[in-house]
Ligand binder design. Structure first.
Ligand SMILES: [Zn+2]
Length: 393
């Protein structure tokens, strides 16, 4: 009995694996889950073996999975993802990597992904991306995500497959460098606070709580805050640097970077942010470390950051969300504490937090207590990622 793959090679076809033909809204051609994020930012319509995606927000994605847990695709590294589309190609394609336990109930899930910009690989509706352009642990692949749709024009998908070779005459571009997207500390027994934007009225109290706890943290600062004379943030972050905290980038004006049109505005955000922190805070700022506003990720953001900082960039997301954006001003602010407990229980060890609301700041000693109660050591993000350039613990 000849294997199906052998028969395919006999007739000269190069299809290795059909992943999705959009025949059903619930599952793909492999029998695995596929679907869109829930919410107002995306509309996904299935019909006649096609999926049409219309998105108004770059945070929303469509996913088609290779496996519910982990799929080893290391053997396909010299092969190509082929996607057939019509309509806009102005979106990103990610290959997602699961966490070490291959368990979607743990945090983070997924562990990370690498990402490419679809227009770079599209000719007449055929997208070919070498799997080698996705720099992840390919023993732990989850599946592909089509995300960060930048155009109001819809995209219609009709096929996702892996092929062993390119059509004759077809070439692919070189991989554009991207820094890693990080959700988790790697140093054993480490836990870290990444603290983003805040309001001036709550800055001193936040700094005092951190000082009283005797911990070192990482602040991601918005460039425009440093240029606002009313806010005094330049003095606040200078003092933070003096106290041994890490200070890093959080864009210039805090937009969803990936959605900026034209894309040159993304470059401007990075350039202005870099020049502002260097001018106001000097050379001690960790300019290779960046937290994206809203955690929004896309290929353009990662490629342009990598270029702007001259290589070695790290995009720092999180695996513990205090959910201040959800509960900080609600009638149940204690749910911020519940959120921290939940994410710690799932294995998270990298916080996202702000000092925007009085309730968040009042719970900050409790967040620190919960972090310490894990038995892990609280440290700066660069230290928890074992960066050789980080100061010693
Ligand atoms: Zn922010």
């Amino acid at each position: 009995m000849l294997s199906p793959l052998f028969l395919l090679s006999l007739v000269g076809l190069s299809t290795q694996l059909v992943i999705d033909k959009f025949a059903s809204p619930d599952s793909n051609a492999l029998g695995n889950w596929h679907g869109c994020d829930e919410g107002d930012g995306i509309t996904c319509t299935f019909g006649s073996g096609k999926l049409t995606v219309k998105a108004t927000d770059t945070d929303y994605s469509f996913y088609t999975q290779l496996n519910g847990g982990c799929q080893d695709v290391t053997g396909m590294n010299s092969q190509y993802l082929h996607v057939k589309i019509s309509g806009s190609s102005d979106f990103s394609i990610a290959l997602q990597q699961n966490n070490p336990s291959c368990d979607e109930t743990l945090s983070p899930y997924p562990q990370t992904w690498d990402i490419v910009y679809a227009p770079d690989y599209t000719v007449n509706g055929d997208i070919y991306v070498p799997l080698s352009h996705f720099n992840i642990n390919k023993q732990k692949a989850v599946g592909f995500a089509f995300k960060a749709f930048r155009s109001t024009t819809a995209t219609t998908f009709s096929l996702v497959e892996i092929v062993t070779s390119l059509p004759s005459g077809r070439t692919v571009p070189a991989k554009k460098p991207t820094g890693p997207l990080i959700f988790q500390c790697t140093r054993p027994n480490s836990i870290a606070f990444g603290i983003d934007d805040g309001v001036p009225e709550l800055a001193q109290r936040t700094m005092q709580i951190i000082k009283d706890a005797g911990i070192k943290v990482t602040f991601f600062t918005v460039g425009s805050a440093l240029t606002d004379p009313e806010g005094n943030f330049t003095a606040i972050y200078k003092e933070a640097l003096d106290r041994g905290h890490q200070v890093a980038l959080h864009s210039m004006t805090h937009p969803k970077l990936e959605g900026l049109i034209p894309a040159s505005k993304i470059d401007q955000e990075f350039q202005q942010s870099l020049s502002t922190v260097q001018q106001k805070l000097g050379s001690r700022v960790s300019t290779k470390y960046f937290r994206a506003p809203y955690g929004t990720d896309g290929a353009l953001t990662r490629q342009k950051l990598e270029t702007a900082v001259g290589g070695g960039s790290r995009v720092i997301n999180w695996s513990i969300d205090i959910e201040d954006w959800l509960w900080g001003e609600s009638s149940t602010p204690e749910k911020q504490v519940e959120a921290v407990k939940r994410d710690i229980a799932r294995g998270g060890n990298l916080f996202v937090s702000h000092y925007l609301y009085p309730s968040t700041v009042e719970y900050f000693p409790e967040f620190i207590r919960l972090a310490k109660a894990t038995g892990k050591q609280i440290m700066r993000v660069d230290q928890c990622l074992e960066d050789p350039n980080a100061p010693p613990l």
